[in-house]
Design a protein around this ligand. Structure first.
Ligand SMILES: C[S@@+](CC[C@H](N)C(=O)[O-])C[C@H]1O[C@@H](n2cnc3c(N)ncnc32)[C@H](O)[C@@H]1O
Length: 407
């Protein structure tokens, strides 16, 4: 079978899974041999000492190799598909398709003030990845089940922010590759705006749906205090999504958001003003080791692992907590053993951790670099090592674990 014939068959197979096509390649021994023999040119790792190329080729599992090629091709589509999702979000293409039924590219372009030729290509790419359904006759539909994760930022199923932070993260690919050589860090605030804005949008639906309704009530005696009026610090607050939700839910309490990144604090102040909450919430530039005041509740939302000195941060919290105060720690969902994190959520978090969290921690003093998949056991070591007497898991979601630490 020639390469030209294989290419033709690929297109003839149309909507069938790539594995069908790969199955045909597997029967094509000459092509497989070409792939294996070209490994020295970068296709496969060079033979290691003591293993002749021939013996490695004989032992190689052809099906496994081609299955991996299929996976990698799918990942290329997924990587580029992420950019397609961000375009769809930014231009309102998903929102215009939501509930609209079948639309042509021209109709969608007219509804969104965009150019038909670009929209047609985007719709085709989205249909190829299964995000929209191709109905024939040039018409495309966004299924209701896809519209919620892609357009409804009040839903716990919303994933749109994850694409924005992912796109922003990969902008730093070359810089982070350089950091692999130097070992230096890369500060959170040095990333593209899509990282900071995407982070806010990624985590906010979870906070909106769980913070006041289940996470705070799960803490020992905290909800009652917040209802009558308590002092809350949200440390590493970013753009202040969690800070504003706390201020809204507990109007008798005072809430202060702290972050080491000046630009994030300015964005948080603007969010508070836009929400009409500027008189109820304060934001200040301070690190987890320098923030001031005394608090009944200190919160770290998805940021302890980003800090250079998480143990020092916890020691500082102990100094700032009122008697019988509480530290609430929200961290990315992770199991303790790496082998138990080898799943789609772990794949996303380890990659975010490589591009964002680990470089952020390494950019600061101590540079503990816990990583986004530290797991509860490692967090317990840090928190109790800093002087807290207990750490208890009080809640979890597919993306977060919620821990309560008591002095
Ligand atoms: C992943 S973001 C989380 C932001 C926010 N808490 C949220 O959930 O959307 C991590 C945040 O921690 C902040 N940060 C990192 N190290 C810090 C430190 N040592 N002290 C205070 N803030 C820090 C970063 O500037 C960033 O805003």
């Amino acid at each position: 079978m020639s390469c030209a014939h294989l290419a033709k068959r690929f297109h003839q197979l149309g909507g069938q899974p790539p594995m069908t096509f790969l199955g045909e390649i597997l029967t094509d021994r000459p092509l497989f041999n070409v792939i294996v023999e070209n490994r020295g040119a970068g296709c496969l790792p060079a033979a290691t000492v003591g293993q002749s190329p021939n013996s490695r080729r004989e032992r190689m599992d052809e099906a496994k190799l081609m299955e991996f090629v299929g996976q990698a091709v799918g990942d290329v589509g997924a990587m580029l598909g992420g950019a397609m999702v961000v375009i769809g979000d930014k231009l309102g293409l998903y929102r215009a398709m939501n509930g609209a039924g079948p639309l042509t590219a021209a109709e969608l372009a007219a509804r969104t003030g965009t150019a038909e030729r670009y929209v047609r290509e985007w719709l085709s790419a989205q249909a190829a990845r299964g995000y929209v359904t191709y109905e024939g006759d040039g018409k495309f539909t966004l299924p209701d089940e896809h519209a919620i994760p892609l357009t409804d930022e009040t839903s716990p199923a919303c994933v749109i922010g994850a694409f924005e932070i992912a796109l922003g993260s990969v902008y730093a690919t070359d810089t982070i590759a350089d950091r692999f050589r130097s070992g230096e860090g890369f500060a959170w605030g040095a990333h593209h705006q899509h990282v900071l804005g995407g982070c806010e949008r990624f985590f906010k639906p979870g906070y909106l749906n769980h913070l006041a309704s289940s996470w705070i009530p799960a803490l020992d005696g905290v909800e009652a205090k917040l209802k009558v009026g308590a002092r809350i610090a949200d440390v590493g607050c970013g753009h202040g999504a969690s800070t504003l939700l706390l201020a809204e839910a507990y109007p008798e309490s005072t809430v202060v958001g702290f972050d080491g990144h000046d630009g994030s604090v300015q964005a948080a102040r603007k969010r508070a003003a836009d929400a009409g909450l500027a008189d109820r919430v304060d934001f200040d530039v301070a690190t987890a080791s320098t923030f001031s005041g005394t608090y009944d509740l200190v919160c770290f939302f998805d940021c302890l692992h980003d800090m250079g000195d998480p143990a020092g941060a916890c020691r500082h919290v102990l100094e700032r907590l009122a008697p019988n105060g509480t530290l609430m720690l929200i961290e990315p969902y992770a199991n303790d053993d790496l082998a138990d994190n080898l799943n789609p959520v772990g794949a996303a978090y380890y990659a975010f951790s490589t591009l964002l969290c680990t470089p952020c921690s390494l950019s600061q003093e101590v540079g503990a670099a816990l990583g986004a998949q530290a797991g509860e056991a490692r967090l317990r070591e840090i928190v109790t090592g800093a002087g807290f007497s207990s750490l208890r898991r009080v809640a979890e979601t597919p993306f977060n674990i919620v821990l309560e630490a008591k002095p």
